[in-house]
Each structure stands twice: as C-alpha cells, then as structure tokens.
Design a protein around this ligand. Structure first.
Ligand code: CA
Length: 427
C-alpha cells in the first residue's frame, strides 16, 4: 500500500493559469486532475482528457499519451500515472512554460460529450455499507438484520457491465416479475418500487493473472481511482427474485457512472484510518495490514439530490435527499481487491467495483429511498410539497461527492445524473 504519499501536486498553494480551476467552488482544481473520455462530435472517436476547472485538456494533443486507450493507460500502473499527474500539474500551474501548447489542447466542458471512462469488462457490486445492510436487513428480517457472514466476508455479487451508462443518460422503468404477499401468483409488469443506490465505483488498473492472488499490501497498486456510481434497483422485482442467488434483473437494467475518475493519487490527502467498532471481529489476516488500519479508508462526503419533473418545470435544480461518507464503509478498497482475488480470480484493467450503498449511521442518511421511506411506509415530504416513496417517471437523481480537509484544496467528483423514463408499455 502506498501510504500517505503526498508530493508537490497536492500543495494547497498551487493555482492554475486556467482561471476557472481557481474558483473555490470548482470540483476540478489543479490538485484533482481526474481522467475521462470525451468527444466533440458524435462521429468522432473517444479521446482521453483531464478535467481542469470548466475545461478539459486533451492529453494526446499535448504529447502526454500516445494512445486513446484508457484501459491501456490504466494497465500502465501507479508509477506512470504519478509521472503523468506530475507533468499535468507542472504544465497547468501558473507560470508554467508549457502554457501555450497546453492552452491549445483545452476544450470547454460545455462543448464536449463525455462517455464512459473506459471499457468495463466486468462489474462486481459489493455491499460495504453496513448501515445500509443493517437497515435493509431489518425491513426483511427484524430479529436478524445482519447475516452472520457480514462482518467476516466482503459480500458482493457479479453484476452486468453492458448496462452501465454515463451521467446524463436516461433509461426506461424496467418490466419484471413481481409478486405481492396478498397475490396467489406473480405477474409481469412495470416496476412500482424503483430506487437508486448511492455508491462509489472503483476501477481496476493493473491486472492480475488467473490463479495469482493480490495481497492486501499490493492491492491499491491494482486500482486506478473512483467515480460516483448509481446502482438503480427495482425493489419489487428484487424482493421476489433475490433468494437464493441474489439480485438479477432487479439490478441489471441500468447503472450510472459519473464521467470523471478521481485517481488514488488525488485522494491521498483524504485518507482515513480503518477501524472496527468495539466487539466486532477483526479482519482475517489476508484482509488486514498495518497500512490498511492506519489509512486504508477514504473520507469522501456524498450527497443524493432529486429533481422531479415539477421541479424542472419550475426551474428548481432539485432537493438534497441525504448525505453520507465513504469513511463509514465496513471494508476498504484494498480489502475488496484482496478478497476478490484470494481464490485466484483475475481482475482486468477497467473492471468496475461498486462499493455497495453508502448510508450513514442516522436514519436520514440512507443512500436509497428504500431506507429513507422505510420500505415505502413513510413517504418523504419534499420541500415543494411533493411526496416520494419510490421514484416516479421523469425523476432525475443526481449524486455528488467531494473531499475536504484543512490544509488541502477541496476536490470533487462532478455529477452522476440519470433520469427515469416511463416503462416501455406505459403500464
Ligand atoms: Ca448496490
């Protein structure tokens, strides 16, 4: 594990000649430098760029990469990523001699289209939000909310990569098989309990060979960075299908990623200690290390916003439904990599891990409507007078995230937005 590796790129005093990057409110100051893929026209190939203020820097145009293959850049590993970050920081900071070529490689973010950041070969969704697991478990099993394995095994399931979309997209309310307790037989119909899940997505950088486990000490070298991730969930379909093998069609109709990957380097100042509540079991040795305990967690503030069609019509940008923090996750990123590979499973560059729903410890910090409305029993009163138990057609859910710490520049993740369209048959 790399530890608290701070260098000149993290200095809070750094400013950029891209003036919008010096706005205290921007998510993309020169200390962030997240990676994404963009194009300027629909018939053009995707290009790798780095966000700086309200601009994106085309990396190939300034000679910093020789390929537009993000998965290849990910596979190159942490040392070359750190060198690239240093070159970007030096070229974009005030007084840089590279000002002119870099300025020629800038595009306004308002003029480009963002795509998925890479080819996602496989997607695994974990379940590290213990407050989510406990609250949801209580709804189904009041006496036994957490399964006995939860505090020993980083629980996860294999999701579907083909339906992961990028922020700004919309998708149809899914059809599926549901069965209500008072009905004799299930029926096919439109989901009536559509929900979001507030998650972070982690991207695999360096692959590991089939049969070769990654130790917890090496685990973070196999990760690239984090983005916001919404794991849309059809709760009524899920309730009927999830036993005994877990979620299937209730999850794989759509997921949304934010377009910018904030690298582990940018997140260094915002590391936090990994601790376990008193009385909880300590991790097994393959999931434990002094470095993981000292700074294996990350302090990332997360928010969920909802914009209903009525709000949109009124020019209202939405209301915040909840806040939480990645620090409260039960497992660290390094533990997820070590666990995923302990059986020899091979991870590939660009693979995506979902963190699981990141809820806070308090009732109003739920990372899903299932929690906030207590399974639909207590509808949320929105500030404009509307009410929601679950999502309605036209609703737009927006995830946001940022890191803040005294002595360092605030960095953010941008937005992860998706909009619900009516079910294909309108029923
Ligand atoms: Ca999930």
């Amino acid at each position: 594990m790399t530890g608290l590796a701070l260098d000149e790129t993290h200095a809070a005093s750094l400013a950029s000649w891209v003036e919008s990057a010096n706005d205290p409110a921007t998510d993309f100051p020169i200390q962030n430098l997240p990676f994404g893929r963009f194009r300027t026209a629909a018939d053009e190939p995707w290009r790798i760029g780095v966000a700086i203020g309200d601009q994106v820097l085309d990396l190939e145009s300034v000679g910093l990469i020789d390929s537009q293959d993000m998965n290849r850049l990910m596979a190159a590993g942490a040392a070359s990523r750190r060198a690239l970050r240093l070159a970007l920081s030096r070229g974009l900071r005030r007084g840089s001699e590279a000002h002119s070529p870099f300025a020629a490689g800038l595009r306004a973010q308002s003029d480009i289209e963002m795509g998925l950041p890479c080819r996602i070969g496989d997607y695994t969704d974990f379940y590290t939000g213990i407050h989510h697991a406990t609250t949801v478990g209580k709804l189904f099993r009041p006496d036994n909310p957490l399964m006995p394995n939860y505090k020993w095994v980083p629980i996860g399931y294999h999701g579907r990569a083909s339906s992961v979309g990028v922020s700004g997209h919309s998708f149809h309310r899914p059809l599926g098989q549901t069965k209500h307790a008072d009905e004799a037989a299930p029926a096919l119909g439109a989901c009536r309990r559509l929900d979001y899940e507030l998650e972070l997505g982690a991207f695999v950088a360096v692959p590991n060979a089939l049969g070769e486990a990654v130790s917890i000490g090496d685990a973070e070298e196999h990760l690239f960075g984090l983005a916001l991730f919404n794991d849309w969930s059809a709760r009524d379909i899920q309730a009927w299908e999830y036993q005994p093998l877990g979620p299937f069609l209730s999850k794989n109709f759509a997921s949304t990623l934010s377009p910018w990957i904030v690298t582990l380097e940018a997140l260094q100042p915002f590391r936090a200690a990994f601790t376990r509540p008193e009385g909880d079991p300590q991790p097994l040795p393959y999931l434990d290390s002094p470095a993981n305990r000292a700074h294996g967690a990350f302090d990332i503030e997360l928010e969920v916003w909802l914009q209903t069609p009525a709000m949109r019509a009124a020019g209202n940008s939405g209301v915040r439904l909840s806040r939480s923090n990645f620090r409260d996750a039960y497992w660290t990123l390094a533990q997820l990599v070590a666990h995923h590979t302990v059986n020899g499973c091979n991870l590939q560059s660009g693979d995506l891990f979902g963190s699981g729903t990141l809820s806070g410890p308090l009732a109003d910090q739920g990372g899903s409507l299932l929690e906030l409305s207590q399974g639909g029993k207590r509808p949320l009163q929105l500030s404009n007078g509307e009410v929601r138990s679950f999502l309605e057609d036209g609703d737009r859910v927006i995830l946001r995230g940022h890191c803040e710490r005294p002595g360092f520049r605030r960095i953010g993740f941008g937005e992860c937005a998706g909009t619900v369209l009516p079910a294909p048959r309108g029923d």
